[in-house]
Design a protein around this ligand. Structure first.
Ligand SMILES: Cc1cc2nc3c(=O)[nH]c(=O)nc-3n(C[C@H](O)[C@H](O)[C@H](O)COP(=O)(O)OP(=O)(O)OC[C@H]3O[C@@H](n4cnc5c(N)ncnc54)[C@H](O)[C@@H]3O)c2cc1C
Ligand SMILES: *[C@@H]1O[C@H](CO)[C@@H](O)[C@H](O)[C@H]1NC(C)=O
Length: 411
């Protein structure tokens, strides 16, 4: 159960945001202008939030959502909403965990509203679906070992406990195109360009060139190029795509996952329906592997498929999606988890603090955190425009509320 404290979202669909091209607050010639670098889910959702608040927005990116061979990481994602999100392994401290919980609840309610509107939900490729995990953390319905009978799970599989929650299922290709056209409809401009240096050195030039007042860094995993943060690293992942039309095996209608903390061998099970026709089989998590050259014969992929078949034997008959059998991508990880923070460094000789706001390092949870982080970015931009000094994220005074959730532990 989610208690009241978490339920108070800073950002509410309908109140602060609208999923239609009309803006909630129109911009005027005097509205501040924000340059967002990056057009993944983080950049686009941030753009949306700013546009509905009346800002002018330009999105500069070296890549946009596409159906080509290398899609954006945001398109590769399983995009299952998780609570609390597994960002890049375990959280380093209670403050970062508290941030993540708050962010993902805000995003939960936003995606829920998007899914609840029949027209918007369908256009966006977002719907609510049941998720069952073996972690037994907490849930809206405690399924327990009854899961085995209910969901065609292998009878001998050692299910200790299970719960079920209603969670958003997002068809990322569709959702990314929808988000792109939504922010364009609200008046964002786009520029295709690569940023090859530390943004801090480029700040003045970019602000001047675009007539912008602040910059958002939403470049995902650009540690090496948009230099400055050496703690960024890739956590490689891959998903097998099989046809889920009910012909080869009983259609899988719910996402079934066993998270890393609950898996016996430490290897996760991640079965997520993508849309009406495709089931994703995951999950691989390989830190510091930065190339996208995995094949279906890769031992990690073979093991991943075997694990899924051991769990749900009917999957042995699954047919691959011939057009796109294996999706792989690099989760943008960071030493100290997600960074939603103003730039603290000041350029030598500068008399004002930087007006860069960072929003990156979402690891395996960019979709789960999306709206939550964007709401904080909005606050940080307002601080920057007022000329306030930046405050490091760790000192931003988050309320840690340990009793917000009822925990149910597995045996
Ligand atoms: C296999 C897999 C499974 C996943 N499953 C889930 C899941 O179930 N749930 C979930 O929430 N998340 C999941 N994720 C994680 C999710 O994909 C990421 O957290 C999310 O996509 C991060 O979004 P982003 O916008 O920050 O980065 P990206 O999508 O990488 O976008 C970055 C943007 O910045 C641009 N850019 C980068 N560098 C530069 C530069 N130098 N100059 C200009 N532009 C630049 C890029 O072109 C791109 O537009 C998964 C990821 C993988 C790989
Ligand atoms: C912008 O984000 C990237 C991560 O994508 C990070 O490595 C880099 O340090 C950030 N830029 C600056 C100027 O901090």
């Amino acid at each position: 159960m989610v208690a009241t404290r978490d339920a108070v979202d800073k950002l509410v669909m309908g109140r602060d945001l609208t999923p239609y091209p009309e803006r909630l607050v129109k911009s005027t010639p005097n509205s501040p202008h924000v340059l967002i670098v990056g057009a993944g889910v983080t950049g686009l959702v941030t753009a949306w939030v700013l546009l509905d608040r009346g800002y002018k927005v330009t999105i500069l990116s070296n890549g946009f959502a596409n159906f080509g061979k290398q899609r954006l990481t945001s398109q590769i994602a399983g995009a299952l909403w998780e609570y609390p999100p597994a960002v890049c392994g375990s959280h380093t401290d209670t403050v970062s965990l508290a941030h993540s919980k708050r962010w993902c609840m805000t995003a939960y309610h936003a995606w829920d509203k998007i899914a609840a509107d029949p027209i918007v939900g369908q256009a966006a490729g977002v719907r609510m679906m049941e998720e069952i995990r073996d972690s037994g953390v907490r849930g809206f319905r405690h399924v327990g070992t009854g899961l085995v009978g209910e969901r065609d799970v292998e009878k001998s599989y050692q299910v200790g406990d299970a719960y079920e929650v209603l969670s958003p299922i997002i068809d990322t290709d569709q959702a990314m195109l929808w988000l792109t056209s939504l922010v364009l409809g609200k008046g964002a401009s786009t520029v295709t360009e690569n940023i090859a240096d530390d943004l801090l050195d480029l700040e003045e030039g970019l602000l001047e060139r675009f007539g912008a007042d602040a910059i958002v860094n939403a470049t995902g995993l650009s540690g090496s190029t948009v230099a400055g943060d050496k703690t960024c690293y890739p956590l490689r992942g891959a998903l097998i795509r099989v046809i889920n039309d009910g012909q080869d095996f009983p259609k899988v209608e719910a996402a079934l996952t066993i998270s890393a903390d609950a898996a016996l061998d430490g290897e996760i099970i991640f079965l997520v329906p993508r849309n009406d026709n495709i089931l994703l089989i995951g999950g691989v998590a390989q830190p510091h592997k930065g190339t996208l050259d995995m094949t279906l014969d890769d031992p990690a992929i073979v093991r991943m498929r075997q694990r899924a078949e051991k769990f749900l034997p009917a999957l042995k008959n699954a047919r691959l999606d011939e057009d796109y059998p294996l999706a792989q991508g690099l989760r943008p990880c960071r030493g100290k988890n997600v960074r939603v923070e103003r730039e603290i460094r000041r350029r030598p000789g500068a008399d004002k603090s930087s007006r860069i706001v960072h929003n990156y390092g979402h690891g395996g949870s960019g979709w789960s955190l999306s709206f939550g982080c964007a709401a904080d970015v909005l606050d940080l931009i307002e601080d920057a425009l007022r000329g306030d000094e930046p405050v490091p994220m760790a000192e931003s005074g988050v309320v840690v509320c340990p009793s917000c959730h009822v925990h149910i532990r597995s045996k």
